[in-house]
Design a protein around this ligand. Structure first.
Ligand code: NCD
Length: 299
């Protein structure tokens, strides 16, 4: 049974195969469009989502599958009646062939996988991981730079609670000679467990506190929103690093600016017309990568 729970589970060749398949599907879907025929995928989201849920659902539909869904499981599922996640999963796996789960607890996907008889796909688990986002992020970087080795990547914003960052760093650690600059306020620094993970895999991680700490020659700038809904000191105002045209001037012409979205103030709207701004393209890539993943899952 193949679950997609954490980026720990991927190897370089898994990414290479997925990217190849995704490109092939984008080139000509005719060969793949019944890949999920007669399959039902359940999407169970206990947290808000636009991109992740809709892109999964679009991916299933484009491959000829069907969807059952609760878009607001926190309020609209039997959780309200006191049902545990395990029980909910035991019910839904009887109705569907795969379960896409987003949940505020960081262990939720793992717990669901332990009881599920169908593949569980983690679509974001608390402040833990968001593996499918990281796959589409790596795909986006690969499309632009043609390689994932030797890159210099600046990640910024909420490195503490940001699950997209945690998953992305794990995937970057699969590649050679990658350097990551992590720019955040002290209280939103990358947790030690991830720093250790990177160290053990020889990925160089440099903590930064100012834009000036970043080198000029970065290949990827990856910004994130402050995860206010997870911050235990809710209401605490964390000063943000705002990228505007002036900040973009310091970065090279071949760099790309990414963001998992939704964005708040951290990237000024004026930057959208900068050709290096790739966040909307990135979100579009999400649907294609999820098509590739789902196709592989049922092959
Ligand atoms: C991210 C998430 O849910 O972690 N959104 C997404 O899936 N693209 C990022 C965020 O919410 O800030």
């Amino acid at each position: 049974l193949k679950h997609i729970i954490s980026c720990d589970q991927f190897k370089r060749e898994d990414l290479e195969n997925l990217f190849q398949l995704t490109d092939a599907m984008r080139g000509d879907l005719s060969h793949y469009k019944t890949g999920l025929a007669d399959r039902i995928v359940a999407t169970l989201f206990y947290e808000p989502s636009t991109r992740t849920r809709l892109s999964f659902e679009a991916a299933v539909l484009r491959l000829g599958g069907e969807i059952i869904s609760t878009e607001n499981a926190k309020e609209m599922s039997s959780t309200v009646k006191g049902e545990s996640l395990e029980d909910t999963v035991r019910v839904i796996h009887g109705y569907s062939d795969a379960l896409v789960l987003r949940h505020p607890d960081r262990n939720a996907a793992e717990e669901a996988a332990q009881v599920s008889e169908v593949p569980v796909i983690n679509a974001g688990s608390g402040s833990g991981e968001h593996p499918t986002q990281a796959l589409l992020d790596m795909y986006t970087i690969f499309k632009h730079h043609g390689t994932l080795d030797g890159l210099s990547v600046a990640v910024m914003g909420d490195l503490f609670y940001g699950r997209t960052i945690h998953s992305l760093l794990k995937l970057l650690a699969l590649y050679r000679k990658v350097t990551v600059f992590g720019l955040s306020r002290e209280e939103l620094s990358l947790p030690d467990e991830y720093k250790r993970y990177l160290e053990e895999r020889n990925l160089q991680y440099v903590s930064c506190r100012n834009f000036d700490d970043l080198p000029r020659e970065v290949d990827v700038i990856y910004h994130t929103r402050t995860q206010t809904e997870r911050n235990l000191n809710a209401g605490m105002e964390v000063e943000e690093f705002i990228i505007d045209d002036f900040v973009m001037d310091r970065f090279p012409q071949n760099a790309i600016l990414m963001h998992p979205l939704p964005r708040n103030r951290e990237i000024a709207r004026e930057v959208d017309s900068d050709p290096r701004a790739k966040y909307f393209e990135q979100s579009r890539n999400g649907m294609y990568i999820r098509m590739g993943l789902l196709y592989q899952l049922f092959r």
